[in-house]
Design a protein around this ligand. Structure first.
Ligand SMILES: *[C@@H]1O[C@H](CO)[C@@H](O)[C@H](O)[C@H]1NC(C)=O
Ligand SMILES: *[C@@H]1O[C@H](CO)[C@@H](O)[C@H](O)[C@H]1NC(C)=O
Ligand SMILES: *[C@@H]1O[C@H](CO)[C@@H](O)[C@H](O)[C@H]1NC(C)=O
Ligand SMILES: *[C@@H]1O[C@H](CO)[C@@H](O)[C@H](O)[C@H]1NC(C)=O
Ligand SMILES: *[C@@H]1O[C@H](CO)[C@@H](O)[C@H](O)[C@H]1NC(C)=O
Length: 495
């Protein structure tokens, strides 16, 4: 008896448990991410599985704080998330007198990330392929990447960003390859996800630099040297296809500042007013022009190596010299890539015709100084002479190809024109001259006109034959009574 009661109770409890399981109270979120960013939205969905009865009320809590009050709405959206919205979320289900709690979901809301863009190589050779690498926090958050070109803006030293073709819908990869980079140019990236797209901030602009002049813009450094003494007045002049220039300076780690901060801009010339200043300098204009870039240093030091700022073309002569802060003159040793390459009494290193192998890091050293005073090291860059480089070979080939194409078309047109003219005249002539002696290769014109694909060819041949054989025939004119319509083929065999 007691046993029966107990087992009944057990069955009842089991049944309850089973019913409880069948009626799972579930909280899900949409989109199904674990990390959100400030400004994004999230939708909470409260669901009772296995219950068609709709008389439930739902309340959503974040750590016991009511986020959405009791309502019959199953699904609620939290807009413009802030970092304070992070935490454990739960849905409370109420039906009549009973209440049930859902699973909990932990949400993290992080600050909007700022991607970091890196480029390589920073100094590409003309026409090389270059790579942009956009990296962002939470890399597995399902980002797409958007790529932009930086265009200088009038106000202060800002840029506007132009979406690059090929990244309208974003790229899945955080890498973007640009083929044929020739000039100095700046790029920016940002990431985005979701629909509508939620964007991160933009990265800082990053530049590819070209040491070589281009026709649209150029920067000249005066005096022409990579290294300068603190006392030297160094000026940077912009020239080219713009009336308004600004000179920018980049220095590690990521300092991008215009001349107005570290120098004086007069017209299109910037004079460095700081005693010490190093970095990469270039000119840019609102019309989107960027000049060649120079990497120069103005610093304390008793010795400098005077070397050209711009790459020197192969085959040209170049002279590197050693300068001393004091007026005294000393002998100097020259080093390339830390190897002594000249230690005589000349104070200059002269290369009569530079070649690619002369490229490298150069420095000079005062020979008689006990402490071995040395200049800083400078990169000496060599470029291909005009007309032989990969960059210039391509347009030349293109132009030659185009010219050949145009020439061919002209020749073809001329030929067709002449052919038409001669065909017209041949036709009338053939009626007069084709009365010459019959040869063994004769075809009736009617037969030929029934084979249209051959007729043109034959007309042509006949004309050729006539031009060659005309005079001979003319001599025999009237000697035979061949039908007027006959004509000759197989010209080569006849001649
Ligand atoms: C949500 O994501 C988790 C883990 O990322 C996964 O286990 C779960 O199945 C997803 N739920 C839905 C409804 O997509
Ligand atoms: C891109 O940059 C990130 C972060 O600097 C780095 O971890 C990753 O290896 C880079 N990817 C490539 C292909 O260079
Ligand atoms: C980009 O998105 C638009 C609209 O969303 C679509 O029509 C187009 O086909 C997409 N382009 C590519 C290359 O996927
Ligand atoms: C100079 O600028 C004008 C107008 O912006 C442009 O049409 C022209 O092609 C540019 N010339 C060069 C050499 O870049
Ligand atoms: C500029 O030149 C110096 C000395 O050669 C070098 O250390 C530095 O990395 C260069 N800067 C850039 C941005 O290329």
């Amino acid at each position: 008896m007691g046993h029966t009661l107990l087992s009944l109770l057990g069955f009842f409890l089991l049944n309850l448990l089973y019913r409880g399981q069948a009626q799972d109270a579930v909280l899900t979120i949409e989109p199904n991410w674990t990390t959100f960013f400030t400004g994004e939205s999230v939708t909470f969905k409260c669901d009772i599985t296995g219950d068609k009865d709709s008389d439930w009320y739902y309340t959503i809590y974040n750590q016991h704080r009511e986020v959405f009050s009791s309502s019959k709405q199953k699904s609620r959206t939290l807009h413009s998330l802030a970092t304070g919205d992070s935490g454990e979320y739960q849905c409370l289900f109420q039906h009549g007198g009973s209440t049930t709690s859902s699973n909990t979901i932990y949400l993290t809301v992080s600050d909007t990330p700022q991607p970091v863009l890196t480029v390589s190589p920073s100094w590409p050779s003309p026409g090389a392929s270059v790579t942009l690498n956009c990296s962002v926090d939470h890399p597995s958050a399902g980002w797409s990447f958007y790529w932009y070109k930086a265009v200088p803006q009038k106000s202060y030293y800002s840029y506007s960003y132009e979406l690059l073709p090929g990244s309208y819908n974003g790229t899945k990869q955080g890498l973007f390859i640009i083929d044929g980079q020739t000039h100095t140019a700046g790029y920016v990236c940002r990431a985005g996800r979701g629909d509508p797209v939620y964007y991160t901030s933009y990265s800082k602009p990053v530049f590819f630099w070209s040491g070589d002049m281009n026709s649209a813009a150029s920067l000249t450094v005066s005096p022409d040297s990579v290294q300068h003494f603190t006392k030297t007045s160094v000026s940077l002049s912009c020239e080219g296809n713009s009336t308004e220039w600004r000179v920018m300076r980049f220095s590690q780690p990521d300092n991008l500042l215009p001349c107005s901060i570290w120098g004086t801009m007069t017209g299109s010339t910037c004079t460095i007013t700081r005693r010490r200043l190093s970095g990469v300098f270039w000119c840019e204009s609102e019309t989107g022009q960027f000049s060649n870039a120079v990497n120069i240093t103005k610093d304390d030091g008793d010795i400098i190596l005077v070397s050209p700022v711009r790459p020197v073309a192969e085959g040209l002569p170049v002279t590197l010299s050693c300068k001393f802060k004091t007026e005294n003159v000393y002998n100097a040793d020259f080093y390339k890539n830390d190897k002594l390459i000249q230690n005589d009494t000349r104070r200059e290193l002269t290369i009569s015709a530079v070649s690619k192998s002369d490229e490298g890091f150069y420095k000079c050293k005062r020979r008689d100084s006990a402490d071995g005073r040395t200049s800083p090291e400078s990169w000496f860059s060599v470029k291909s002479p005009p007309g032989t480089g990969k960059d210039s070979q391509f347009p030349i080939l293109l132009i030659v190809g185009l010219l050949c194409g145009v020439l061919l078309i002209i020749l073809l047109l001329l030929f067709l024109y002449r052919y038409r003219k001669s065909k017209d005249s041949c036709y009338s002539r053939s009626q007069r001259t084709n009365q010459g002696p019959a040869t063994d290769h004769m075809i009736n014109q009617d037969e030929i006109q029934n084979m249209p694909e051959y007729s043109t060819l034959l007309h042509g041949d006949r004309c050729l034959y006539e031009t060659i054989g005309g005079p001979v025939e003319a001599g025999n004119a009237g000697a035979s009574n061949e039908p007027e319509e006959s004509l000759y083929i197989n010209v080569a065999a006849d001649q």
